[in-house]
Design a protein around this ligand. Structure first.
Ligand SMILES: Cc1cc2nc3c(=O)[nH]c(=O)nc-3n(C[C@H](O)[C@H](O)[C@H](O)COP(=O)(O)OP(=O)(O)OC[C@H]3O[C@@H](n4cnc5c(N)ncnc54)[C@H](O)[C@@H]3O)c2cc1C
Length: 359
């Protein structure tokens, strides 16, 4: 497994639970890149705007997350805090499409009066005209999810987690990928899974493959409020506020094409603070206690690449989850395992297949 983000760690866990020996190779420290930096909403921001392929994975994951979190908590004592707070969309320009989508997909999404929203979220700003609500949507405390995954893998006898181990290239033998090369070592394996997030495209380039996965920088800020300050997630004009159970509030996020630079900027800080104060004016008086950036693995239409690369048997992909990697991870990793082990797949694998999608 190349990469120790949510895809690499959870992918390793699923394969290891099925009895496979797994080596995870992580360039830095596992769980310190995009999967750490994300907000952890267990839903695409606007699920009806995505291709059905994204929703198919999201839906499966949404149902599985509570069980995954309790398994991890029981095994490690680290709680990924799946917090089913529900989500309010405010002043949505495509409200009709959202409601039609919800009807088709049998998801509970309802129009609500603003007075009703204010009863639940008294801190909401005054500048909104309409709202729709999806109960039950959760957010996961992703840094804790990663910590729990890492601890689980460390305790498994058939998993080797090697950090500070950068993969430099692939070993090719007889037209197959037969392992990877590190700075001064090789790791041989019958199958190699590339789960290197925003860096996946770079790694495939020397094989003459053009994987359209590129970094899309996202910045977030963090406040600490009273535990009951924000009882639900709120989202308006592309910006959202996510409450953690202990009163931390995350505000996200920017979308920037800045290569592999992940320096937080003053411009983004000011813009995120303005959004925070528009959504929840009391935050003007609160202190920003965190500000960071991460690199999303951007891909065409946000449809991930999951499956074997036909040009290089033995080389598998699980990358390109763009803005939805945390919600898509459980289903993506289960599907990857299904395909690798010849099991019946949980969803139709065709939309995610690398075949025909690499240049
Ligand atoms: C600001 C922001 C907000 C977000 N909010 C949400 C959200 O609310 N909900 C949601 O579902 N998603 C969200 N996302 C998206 C989500 O975080 C990503 O889609 C997901 O984390 C991608 O996981 P990954 O494992 O593919 O990548 P990463 O977590 O980036 O992991 C890739 C790993 O590969 C390693 N690596 C790279 N190159 C090599 C190499 N050569 N050798 C070894 N290891 C290597 C890296 O060090 C890294 O640890 C957000 C992202 C950002 C930035």
């Amino acid at each position: 497994m190349v990469g120790g983000g949510v895809m690499g760690l959870l992918g390793a866990l699923e394969l290891a639970r099925a009895g496979e020996p797994v080596v995870v190779l992580e360039r830095t420290v596992a769980g310190s890149e995009s999967s750490w930096a994300g907000g952890g909403i267990v839903s695409p921001l606007y699920p009806w705007r995505y291709d059905a392929a994204v929703w198919a994975l999201a839906r499966w994951s949404q149902d599985y997350y509570p069980e995954l979190a309790s398994q991890l908590l029981a095994g490690t004592g680290v709680d990924p805090e799946v917090h089913a707070s529900g989500l309010y969309w405010l002043d949505l320009p495509d409200e009709r499409e959202a409601l039609d989508w919800a009807r088709r997909e049998s998801r509970d999404v309802r129009r609500v009066a603003l007075e009703e929203v204010r009863e639940v979220v008294p801190a909401l700003g005054g500048g909104f005209a309409s709202a729709i609500y999806m109960p039950g949507v959760a957010n996961v405390r992703n840094p804790r999810l990663l910590k729990a995954l890492r601890a689980t893998l460390r305790a498994m006898s058939n998993v080797t987690l090697l950090e500070r181990s950068e993969v430099r290239g692939f070993l090719c033998e007889g037209g197959r990928v037969a392992g990877v090369t590190l700075e001064s070592a090789e790791v041989r394996a019958a199958r190699v899974v590339l789960a290197a997030g925003a860096w996946s495209g770079q790694l495939l380039a020397p094989l003459g493959l053009d994987l359209p996965v590129e970094p899309v920088k996202g910045q977030m800020i963090l406040y600490k409020c009273a535990e009951d300050f924000l009882p639900a997630m709120v989202l308006a004009r592309g910006r959202y506020a996510i409450p953690r159970k202990d009163g931390h509030i995350l505000i996200g996020s920017t979308l920037e094409h800045a290569g592999f630079d992940k320096t937080p900027t003053e411009v983004a800080l000011a813009s995120l603070k303005a959004s925070a104060e528009e959504l929840l004016p009391a935050l003007a008086e609160a202190e920003v206690v965190g500000h960071w950036a991460g690199l999303r693995p951007g891909s065409p239409e946000g449809i991930p690449f999951i499956g074997e690369v036909p040009q290089y048997p033995g080389l598998w992909l699980n990358c390109g989850h763009y803005r939805n990697g945390l919600v898509l991870a459980p289903a993506s990793c289960e599907l990857l395992k299904n395909l690798m082990l010849g099991e019946a797949p949980i969803v139709d694998p065709a939309p995610y297949a690398p075949a025909g999608r690499l240049g």
